[in-house]
Design a protein. Structure first.
Length: 244
């Protein structure tokens, strides 16, 4: 980690509950509602709309219980996704799913397994930010602030390590005066290399001492740094989180 810029990251960690509190937990069960146009565009509408996602907080992996139907679940790891029955029988799997998404355009449809990969890493990252930035291999650098309305938001450029699945290697995070993450800009490479997005975060709430943004909207990012309010590419409403 680039410790020369540690103060801004430290501010974010403290605002979201503190690294000591975070390290008391190992798992989280997230209940989320998801919408937006991207699922229909990629040919996978209606599969993940109202779901639970059980994640490990310190290792990038997770499980979607009751995936599509009772008695089976979907599992996510960076190098493998699968649909399995609850007794452990593999229904379908995809090894090295990132490789299967190379050359994607916006119009290229996803398979169900590619959807699991995208949703798996995206939700894991959203729910563990900014604490995951303390994991090995991350680099964080404060860059010029941005005026958003009547507030100045400090910005953190975060470089992700290769061992984690992510939207893009470099991403920009905007922190409000309270130290909370308000926005995240990235290229969603699993959708298309042209899919620059602004992920806007509202309604921060505290769960077991950890603060998480519960209303999230993803918009198309313009070259000048502005974004279009329509269409909504992805909408995420976090209904509840249980840490353990």
């Amino acid at each position: 980690m680039n410790t020369s810029y540690r103060p801004l990251l430290q501010e974010a960690l403290e605002a979201h509950g503190g690294i000591d509190r975070w390290n008391q937990f190992q798992h989280a069960d997230i209940h989320a509602l998801v919408g937006g146009i991207i699922w229909a565009v990629k040919g996978v509408p209606g599969i993940l709309t109202d779901f639970h996602y059980e994640i490990d907080l310190h290792t990038q992996r997770g499980t979607f219980p009751n995936f599509v139907k009772p008695g089976q679940h979907a599992t996510f790891q960076a190098d493998r996704v699968a649909i399995e029955t609850d007794d452990g029988t593999v229904v379908e799997e995809l090894v090295n799913p990132r490789d299967s998404l190379r050359g994607q355009t916006l119009q290229t449809p996803w398979s169900t397994l590619q959807l699991i990969y995208f949703a798996g890493y995206a939700m894991w990252t959203y729910m563990t930010t900014p604490f995951c930035f303390t994991m090995p291999g991350f680099a964080a650098e404060e860059i010029d602030p941005s005026l958003q309305g009547n507030e100045t938001w400090r910005r953190l450029k975060v470089t992700f390590p290769d061992y984690l699945a992510r939207h893009s290697r470099e991403q920009i995070y905007y922190l409000g005066p309270d130290g909370l993450v308000r926005r995240n800009d990235y290229v969603a490479e699993a959708i298309s290399m042209e899919s620059a997005a602004a992920h806007v975060i509202h309604d921060n709430k505290e769960f077991s001492g950890i603060t998480i943004g519960t209303r999230r909207r993803v918009y198309a990012l313009n070259p000048d740094g502005s974004y279009n309010l329509q269409p909504i590419l992805v909408a995420i409403d976090v209904e509840d989180i249980s840490f353990s």
